[in-house]
Write a protein that binds this ligand. Structure first.
Ligand code: ADP
Ligand code: MG
Length: 593
C-alpha cells in the first residue's frame, strides 16, 4: 500500500495552517484519528503521567508499508488527499498530512507498523523530527506509536502544560467522545497502569452504558431523523437528566467530533421550556451531510466546520430534537390515548411552560392558619394543564389553607410515592420525594447562606470510586474542603471522608452523593459548586419514593411545600405536583365533549 504522497505547494497553501499539537490530548486525538482512518477495530491507548511522560497508541488497522513508513513522518505527506480539489470532499478524519510530523518534531517517537501484504514490519525511531533509526522488525498488522517526553525540546511549550491529572482529563475526554462515535471499535485506555476505559459494547446505547453508566443510558432518548440534506442519529438525554456544564455533549459531523456552539445552542433551544436554565442535556449525535456541503478545512485542529446550507441543517437539527422529545413523555400529565378530541389540544411546550416557568407571586393577603401553625402564603398562579385555550384555573385557590380540609382533602398515598389530594377543582398528585426535596433545598440554602459548618465524622468513612471518578475528585479536593467536605486521597481509587457539612444527610448516603457530585459535572465549576452540594444534600435527605407516609406527615409535607418560594419544581427542575382538573376528568370519561 504505497499510497502516501507529498502534497504540492499549491495544495499546502490551501490547507488551513496552525498548531496541531498544543498538549498531550492533541497527540492522542491525532493518533486516534489515524487509527480510525486506518480501519482499526481495536485501539489501545496507554498513558503515563497525563501524557507528559509518554503516550502509546496501538491499532490493528491497515498499517503503513515499508516504502511509506518514513514518508509518513514528514510534513505534508498523506494518503488521504491528492490535491486541492480533494479538499472539497474529505471523507477521512485526517487530510492535512501534518500530525505525525508535528508530533515527531516535539518528542521522542517510535513507530512500528506493518501492512497485510508484507511479512515484516518497519520500526522507526525519531527524535525532535530527525529519524535516527529505521529497521525491519517482526510486527502484527497495524500500527504502534510511542511518544515520549513531549516538548522536551521546546521548554516554552512544556511550561504551559498543566498538572498530570488535568492533562489526563483532557485525554480522557478526547477518548470518551470517540468511543461514543465508533461503537464498533473496541477502545481501551490505561493511565499509569490503571484501566480507565474499556468498551465491550458494540451498540451506541451499550457504549453510553460503558462510558456513563446504566442510570444515564436509561434516560436517553433516541434521535433518528433524515431529510434530503442530512441524516441525524444518536441519543439525547431526557430533560430530567441534565448537567451543569456541556462536557457530556458529543456532536459529530460525518463522524468528526465538532465543538461548535451554534450546534449545541440550537439543540438546547429545541428543548424549549423543558430545559432548566443553565442546565445542559447530554448529547451524542452524528450528523451525516454530503461532504461536499461541509468545509472541514477551516481550523487546524478541524474542530470547527462550515456548512454550505447552514439554515437547512440547523432547522433539521431542531426538528429532530423536537420530534425525539415528543416521542417520550416527560410531562406531568395523565396519559392520553389516540383520541383526536383530546390529543389536538395538548402541546408539550405549553404544558411545561406553564408548570415550570410561571411566576409565583406572594400576595399580601397571607392567611394565618389555625392553632398558631405557620403562615401559608396564598398562591394564585394561573395554571392550565390540558387545554391551552381554556380558561386558566388557579392551582390552589386564593383562600387556600391546608388546615381547612374542606378545601384540600388527602385521599391517600399511591405506590408509597405519590400523595393524592382533591380540592374543588379536581385532583392534585404530589411526588413526595420531589416535594420534600424542594422543602429541604430551601431550608439548607437558608442555613448555608453565609457559610457551611462542618461536622467531623466519628469514624472516617472510606469510599472506593471508579478510576475516572477518582481522577476528577483528586483534582478538586481543595474546593470541596471549602464547603465542609474534607476528603483525603488514600491511594489508588480509595478516598477517606473526614468531615461533612452539618446537615441531615445520612452517612450511608455519602458515597452516592459524592458519585453524583462527580457525575454532575459541577465539581470543576467553582461558581455553582456550593449550590450543587446543597442540592445533593437536599436530595439525599428528602423523603424517598417508596417511603410509607402517615397522613400527618403527608399533610405537613404539603404544608411545608407551600411555604417554599418555588413549590412547583424540585431541585432538579422536575415538577413536585400536577393537577388533573375536574374538567379534564370529565373529558377523559367522556362526560363532556
Ligand atoms: P493525515 O492523517 O492528515 O494524512 P498524518 O500525519 O496524521 O496525516 O499521517 C500521515 C499518513 O500516515 C496518513 O495519511 C496515513 O497514510 C499514515 N498513517 C498515519 N497513522 C497511521 C495508522 N495508525 N495506520 C495506518 N496509516 C497511518
Ligand atoms: Mg492524521
Amino acid at each position: 500500500m504505497s499510497q502516501i504522497v507529498v502534497l504540492s505547494e499549491e495544495t499546502i497553501s490551501k490547507i488551513s495552517a496552525g498548531e496541531v499539537v498544543e498538549r498531550p490530548a492533541a497527540v492522542v486525538k491525532e493518533l486516534l484519528e489515524n487509527a480510525i482512518d486506518a480501519g482499526a477495530t481495536k485501539i489501545i491507548v496507554k498513558i503515563q503521567e497525563g501524557g507528559k511522560k509518554s503516550i502509546y497508541v496501538s491499532d490493528n488497522g491497515n498499517g503503513i508499508s515499508q516504502e511509506d513508513a518514513e514518508l509518513a513522518l514528514l510534513r505534508h505527506t498523506t494518503s488521504k488527499i491528492r490535491n486541492a480539489t480533494d479538499l472539497t470532499n474529505v471523507s477521512t478524519l485526517g487530510f492535512r498530512g501534518e500530525a505525525l510530523a508535528s508530533i515527531c518534531a516535539v518528542s521522542r517517537m517510535e513507530m512500528t507498523t506493518r501492512i497485510k501484504g508484507q511479512t515484516t514490519g518497519t520500526k522507526i525511531i525519531a527524535e525532535g523530527g530527525i529519524i535516527k533509526e529505521k529497521s525491519e522488525v517482526a510486527s502484527p498488522i497495524g500500527t504502534m506509536i510511542f511518544v515520549r517526553d513531549l516538548f522536551y525540546n521546546t521548554p516554552a511549550r512544556k511550561k504551559f502544560l498543566k498538572i498530570a491529572p488535568t492533562e489526563f482529563n483532557h485525554i480522557f475526554n478526547v477518548i470518551r467522545h470517540y468511543t461514543l462515535r465508533y461503537s464498533t471499535i473496541y477502545f481501551q485506555l490505561i493511565h499509569n497502569d490503571r484501566d480507565i476505559i474499556s468498551t465491550p459494547s458494540k451498540t451506541l446505547l451499550g457504549r453510553i452504558t460503558d462510558i456513563y453508566g446504566k442510570d444515564i443510558a436509561q434516560e436517553m432518548i433516541s434521535v433518528n431523523y433524515s431529510t434530503d440534506d442530512i441524516k441525524i442519529t444518536g441519543y439525547i438525554s431526557s430533560p430530567n437528566l441534565t448537567r451543569g456544564d456541556g462536557s457530556y455533549q458529543s456532536i459529530f459531523v460525518n463522524s468528526r467530533y465538532i465543538k461548535d456552539s451554534r450546534l449545541t445552542k440550537n439543540i438546547e433551544n429545541s428543548y424549549g421550556q423543558l430545559l432548566e436554565k443553565r442546565r445542559h442535556p447530554i448529547i451524542i449525535l452524528n450528523l451525516e451531510i454530503n461532504p461536499k456541503e461541509v468545509d472541514v478545512n477551516v481550523h487546524p485542529t478541524k474542530r470547527e466546520i462550515r456548512f454550505s446550507k447552514e439554515k437547512l441543517i440547523l432547522k433539521a437539527l431542531k426538528t429532530s430534537i423536537i420530534n425525539a422529545l415528543a416521542e417520550k413523555d416527560h410531562i406531568p400529565s395523565v396519559e392520553i390515548r389516540e383520541e383526536p378530541l383530546l390529543r389536538a389540544t395538548i402541546s408539550p411546550d405549553t404544558l411545561i411552560e406553564e408548570i415550570v416557568s410561571h411566576d409565583i407571586s406572594k400576595s399580601e393577603d397571607t392567611v394565618k392558619t389555625t392553632m398558631g401553625k405557620p403562615e401559608i402564603t396564598s398562591i394564585t398562579p394561573p395554571l392550565r394543564y390540558f387545554d391551552s385555550s381554556a380558561e386558566p384555573v388557579a392551582l390552589l385557590r386564593k383562600d387556600f389553607t391546608i388546615d381547612k380540609l374542606g378545601d384540600l382533602v388527602l385521599l391517600g398515598q399511591a405506590h408509597f410515592t405519590y400523595l393524592i389530594f382533591q380540592d374543588k377543582e379536581g385532583l392534585i398528585l404530589v411526588d413526595q420525594h420531589a416535594a420534600d426535596e424542594r422543602v429541604q433545598l430551601e431550608k439548607l440554602t437558608k442555613k448555608y447562606m453565609n457559610s457551611i459548618d462542618t461536622q467531623e465524622l466519628l469514624a472516617p468513612l472510606k469510599i472506593e470510586l471508579k478510576s475516572h471518578e477518582s481522577e476528577m475528585l483528586k483534582n478538586n479536593l481543595d474546593a470541596l474542603n471549602e464547603y465542609g467536605l474534607n476528603i483525603e486521597h488514600f491511594g489508588g481509587t480509595t478516598f477517606v471522608i473526614r468531615s461533612l457539612p452539618i446537615g441531615p444527610v445520612d452517612v450511608n448516603e455519602i458515597k452516592e452523593m459524592i458519585e453524583e457530585l462527580i457525575s454532575s459535572g459541577d465539581l470543576e465549576n467553582k461558581e455553582t459548586l456550593k449550590e450543587t452540594i446543597i442540592k445533593l444534600m437536599a436530595c439525599h435527605s428528602a423523603i424517598r419514593a417508596g417511603d410509607k407516609l402517615s397522613a400527618d406527615t403527608s399533610l405537613s409535607l404539603i404544608k411545608n411545600l407551600f411555604q417554599t418560594e418555588n413549590p412547583y419544581t424540585c431541585a432538579h427542575g422536575r415538577p413536585t405536583l400536577i393537577r388533573i382538573s375536574s374538567k379534564q376528568l370529565e373529558k377523559l370519561f367522556k362526560r363532556i365533549a
